[in-house]
Design a protein. Structure first.
Length: 584
């Protein structure tokens, strides 16, 4: 999955998660608001309560009903009463139920409730809505205005338009903050009681709108004899602006809570997104900045450990979204680091090559220059034999310089991995036989004895014939060149468990001391002593070891002064991964 698709999916998932959280928050807030409103309305008017609330606060046991203290307090505050009646009309329990209701209900059954219908407002619930025979809970509130009107109209002197209230009626009006107004047929107030804040007269529209008053519960009685109207009213419970504020406050508080929570959610989401998506990007920008400054490694944390990974080596969760980008950056970092190291090696190799070649060419060039000046000197007359001798020395030194340049180039190519190896299936036994024969036919080594031994005349291996031939030539030539007449050199070929080739070059010559053995494979160990025509370039054994290692093999030497020398070369039979592989 590429980073574009992964980023899109992650963003979609996160947005859906935030949408789900916001929707849940809104639903939760609406539920809390609705519950608060319902609870507030119920506290002001129990008749609006749900049946589950009534069921939770009334306990039925042994045909008897018990009321919760909180429910009793609500009923008392609303100046109402409660009664639980069975399906058979039996009273199972009551709280503050008027005696008149109880007596009428006992005498007349449910029809007794109709007797006081005008004096009370009723609401009822079934305790178990699934059971038609479950007890019924009745909540009643006295209609104060109706009761006061019934008492007041009996105590009016209609002929003289006088309010002649008894002490009980006056007390009841005072306790309920009620008022009384007596109107003539034109709507003018001709007498009143506790109605100083009421209008002195009423229009037809005002009379008709009395039943819709938001502040007072008003009842009216019209006396047909005197054509007068009696108005009795009491303030509505929890009415007016206070009630409106009370009902509005849950909405206002809920919206405020929702706004605050949404703001906090938005703020938290912003910081979360900044941390989730911004922190990794800043880290990778720092990484790129380090690369631009030549620091080819990943940024480290305060513990000097890679900041991208856990201790178990796994990528940290917040960086997984950028996995492809991190892999590309890691690859770029490794490539730049390798290029930098390669540039350093090339620079060092170049400097070593220049230093080495200038040092190695100085002596033969001096010899060539000296002999050339001797030949061109006018004060001397050289014989033809001397001139030929000088020319032979110059030719020898030129050949040495040519060999030195070739050997220097070869050793630096091997060192820097620039020498191509072309492995192929080779008959090693045949290669060694041909090599031995070529040395036997060389007249320079007629004073030496050269022998060849092979345990098998068909030993195959995957090697580069050209460079393997160079290894054998160097080792055999050294054994022949640097030993006295009569030395026997024996070349042996064997296989070790079909996995390794073992080539041994042993002689019984002058041998070497330990210091010589330790320095044998170092460059220029034998120096460039041009006075000895057989000294060589001093790079032969170095090249030999490098070529053996290039064949993934090893070479070691054992020798003692006066006891001869033994070289052993071990090379894997299939060191390049298979017989058919043609290049390294």
């Amino acid at each position: 999955m590429n980073i574009h698709r992964r980023f899109t999916i992650q963003l979609f998932i996160q947005l859906m998660l935030i949408f789900f959280l916001v929707a849940s928050l809104i639903i939760l807030s609406a539920a809390i608001t609705g519950f608060a409103i319902k609870n507030d309305e119920m506290k002001n008017d129990l008749s609006l309560a749900e049946s589950y609330f009534i069921s939770e606060n009334i306990t039925i046991s042994d045909e008897s009903a018990d009321f919760d203290a909180g429910l009793q307090e609500l009923v008392k505050d609303q100046k109402g009463w409660l009664m639980v009646v069975s399906s058979d009309g039996e009273i199972m329990g009551n709280f503050r139920t008027p005696t008149s209701i109880l007596s009428h209900l006992n005498q007349n059954g449910f029809s007794g409730l109709l007797v006081n219908n005008q004096a009370f407002d009723y609401t009822y619930w079934q305790l178990d809505e699934a059971d038609a025979k479950s007890p019924v809970v009745i909540f009643g509130k006295e209609n104060v205005a109706t009761g006061l009107l019934a008492q007041a109209k009996e105590q009016i002197d209609w002929e003289n338009s006088q309010l002649d209230f008894s002490d009980d009626t006056s007390k009841l009006l005072t306790e309920n903050s009620g008022f009384v107004q007596l109107l003539d047929q034109s709507g003018n107030v001709i007498n009143q009681y506790q109605a100083e804040d009421k209008p002195p007269s009423y229009s037809i529209e005002q009379i008709l709108s009395l039943n819709q008053s938001k502040t007072d519960s008003i009842q009216a009685y019209h006396d047909e004899t005197t054509n007068q109207t009696l108005l009795v009213g009491v303030p509505k419970q929890q009415s007016g602006p206070a009630a409106a504020d009370q009902f509005q406050s849950p909405f206002e508080n809920s919206f405020l809570i929702i706004f605050i929570l949404l703001f906090l959610l938005l703020l938290g989401s912003t910081f979360w997104y900044a941390h989730k998506f911004g922190s990794p990007l800043l880290h990778m920008l720092k990484w790129i900045d380090q690369l631009s400054q030549g620091n080819y490694q990943q940024p480290l944390n305060h513990l000097q450990e890679p900041a991208l990974y856990k201790r178990n080596g796994k990528l940290k969760k917040k960086y997984r979204l950028y996995k492809d980008l991190i892999m590309n950056l890691s690859h770029l970092t490794d490539t730049l680091k390798e290029n930098e190291e390669q540039r350093g090696k090339i620079k060092l190799t170049r400097e070593e090559w220049i230093s080495g070649i200038s040092h190695d060419l100085k002596t033969p060039l001096a010899s060539i220059s000296g002999y050339a000046k001797m030949i061109e000197a006018q004060e001397y007359s050289w014989t033809p034999e001397e001139t030929r001798a000088f020319a032979g020395t110059i030719s020898s030194k030129a050949t040495y310089m040519k060999d030195l340049l070739e050997d220097l180039t070869l050793t630096y190519r091997i060192k820097n991995g620039a020498l191509p190896i072309n492995p192929e299936q080779t008959d090693v036994d045949e290669l060694l036989r041909t090599t031995i024969i070529s040395f036997m036919n060389n007249s320079n080594y007629n004073d030496k004895i050269l022998q060849y031994k092979s345990e098998d005349h068909n030993i195959q291996a995957t090697i580069d014939p050209k460079w393997f031939q160079r290894i054998m030539d160097n080792l055999i030539e050294n054994a022949l060149r640097y030993n006295p007449s009569g030395t026997t050199v024996t070349v042996s070929l064997a296989k070790i468990e079909d996995q390794l080739l073992q080539i041994t070059i042993a002689d019984n010559g002058i041998g070497m001391d330990q210091h010589t053995i330790n320095q044998l494979f170092n460059r220029y160990f034998r120096g460039t002593n041009t006075s000895d025509s057989g000294s060589g370039t001093g790079l032969g054994m170095t090249i030999t070891k490098q070529l053996v290692q290039l064949h993934k093999g090893s070479i070691n030497v054992k020798s003692r002064p006066g006891e001869g020398t033994v070289f052993r070369v071990l090379v894997p039979v299939r060191q390049f991964g298979g017989e058919d592989e043609k290049s390294a």
